[in-house]
Design a protein around this ligand. Structure first.
Ligand code: HEC
Length: 136
């Protein structure tokens, strides 16, 4: 009887140690956090450039001509029904609508680095604003 309890205890200890080890494998350091943040901010900064004339549109129109500093864009309301698209859309699809219509250019793949950068910049400009998917 006692031996069974000891075995059970040893088993529990062993699995606790294993849990601790696997949790450690998921941990990250201050250096990791800094690197990730630096990479994120580099993409935000690239997006700012693409937004302010860096997107080589066929007609030379740029996003900031209609959306100064991305301030009248509401990324926190996506996904939402967009009249222009006639369906519930994600932010990238609406960016592509502007690329195809006002900018008269080819749409980007949703994972195109310029698309990712534009979204990072647009979201970053509205950081802290409460999420309101579907809102008009
Ligand atoms: C000639 C003016 C014009 C230009 C240039 C333009 N847009 Fe737009 N954009 C609009 C209009 C008009 C709408 C539709 C407004 C609406 O329905 O909310 C819109 C809507 C959007 C929306 C959705 C906004 C919301 O609140 O739901 C996003 C995102 C967007 N544009 C991004 C861009 C990006 C990125 C660029 C550059 C690649 C760009 N736009 C260039 C006129 C423009």
């Amino acid at each position: 009887m006692q031996i069974t309890i000891i075995h059970a205890l040893i088993g529990m200890l062993a699995s606790t140690t294993m849990l601790a080890t696997s949790a450690q494998a998921d941990m990250f350091t201050e250096a990791d956090l800094k690197r990730w943040n630096d990479e994120f901010m580099a993409v935000v900064n690239k997006g700012e450039k693409v937004f302010h004339g860096g997107f080589r549109s066929k007609n030379t129109v740029s996003c900031d001509q209609c959306h100064p500093n991305a301030t009248n864009i509401h990324p926190e309301t996506y996904p939402k029904f967009q009249q222009q698209l006639g369906k519930v859309a994600v932010l990238g699809e609406m960016i592509n609508w502007c690329i195809m219509n006002p900018l008269e250019s080819e749409p980007l793949a949703l994972d195109d680095p310029d698309m990712v950068a534009l979204q990072a910049y647009i979201h970053y400009e509205r950081r802290g604003v409460k999420l309101e998917p579907g809102k008009h």
